[in-house]
Ligand binder design. Structure first.
Ligand SMILES: [Zn+2]
Length: 117
């Protein structure tokens, strides 16, 4: 049965089947694209943090810096709360992976970086 309804996207009135909620394909697509962007926001934020951590490690290693204090890393905006995985491969120490790199803390509190073999 055809009834008058309001489009869920633009609010325009339209006539259509009772289960139809958008006035046209464009409104339906816009609405679902908007929902997808909202769902991806959190993921994009984490990806940016991981990417920045990775850039910092790559930049340090390219300058021959293989270890650095946590304070200096913090000043570079390194985020210790985000990594791609972790394990205890290196002498029983916890290794934090960031894509192709990993790091661990030594006894003196420095952070050591390595490119995975
Ligand atoms: Zn519409």
């Amino acid at each position: 049965m055809e009834t008058k309804r309001h489009c869920k996207r633009c609010g325009e009135r339209f006539v259509g089947r009772s289960d139809k909620i958008f006035c046209c394909d464009s409104c339906r697509n816009d609405y679902h694209n908007h929902l997808r962007r909202e769902r991806n926001k959190g993921m994009n934020r984490v990806n940016r943090i991981l990417s920045r951590n990775r850039d910092i490690i790559r930049s340090l290693l390219s300058r021959g810096v293989k270890s650095i204090g946590t304070r200096e890393l913090n000043m570079l905006s390194f985020d210790f709360g985000h990594f791609t995985s972790m394990d205890k491969r290196f002498l029983g120490r916890t290794c934090y992976h960031i894509y192709e790199y990993y790091y661990y803390f030594s006894n003196n509190g420095e952070v050591h970086f390595t490119l995975k073999e």
